[in-house]
Design a protein around this ligand. Structure first.
Ligand code: NI
Length: 145
């Protein structure tokens, strides 16, 4: 069977300079072919487009770093996470060193809901880092509590 079954070929016209830059990107990122690179770029663009809508569903993680010795930070982090419990599926806590804690939350919900959680978490004093990584899509109903 031809592995390229169910694929439509399209032609793309590019200015020489743009093509040169694109080929450089393909090489730097280690794509096997231009087609693979273009597919990846299109998928990313579609995900970004979907994530630009507040009511879109997303899954992902929020990576946090905080100083556990900062007054009230643990209690405030706990409070915020309970307020947003519907959005949080799971969490991992790692003690990085004497002061710093790394916490990764696995999240699902609307983009608006997740961004609200990110905002509240990063507003907690003592939290030095709060970075969401979201991808478009929903967990299957089976996994939503
Ligand atoms: Ni810790």
């Amino acid at each position: 069977m031809d592995v390229m079954d169910n694929v439509t070929r399209i032609g793309v016209s590019l200015e020489p300079e743009l093509l040169k830059s694109f080929d450089l990107l393909v090489a730097q990122k280690g794509f096997a072919t231009r087609s693979e690179a273009i597919r990846d770029l299109i998928r990313n663009a579609l995900v970004q487009e979907s994530l630009s809508h507040d009511d879109s569903h997303a899954v992902g993680t929020i990576t946090l770093v905080y100083d556990h010795r900062h007054g009230g930070v643990k209690e405030n982090m706990m409070e915020v996470q309970h307020q947003h419990h519907q959005v949080i599926s799971s969490s991992i806590h790692v003690h990085l060193d004497e002061e710093k804690c790394l916490e990764v939350l696995v999240v699902h919900g609307t983009v608006e809901g997740i961004q609200g959680l990110v905002k509240d978490l990063t507003n907690v004093k003592g939290v030095t880092h709060g970075q969401p990584v979201l991808i478009a899509g929903e967990l299957s109903e089976h996994h939503i509590h």
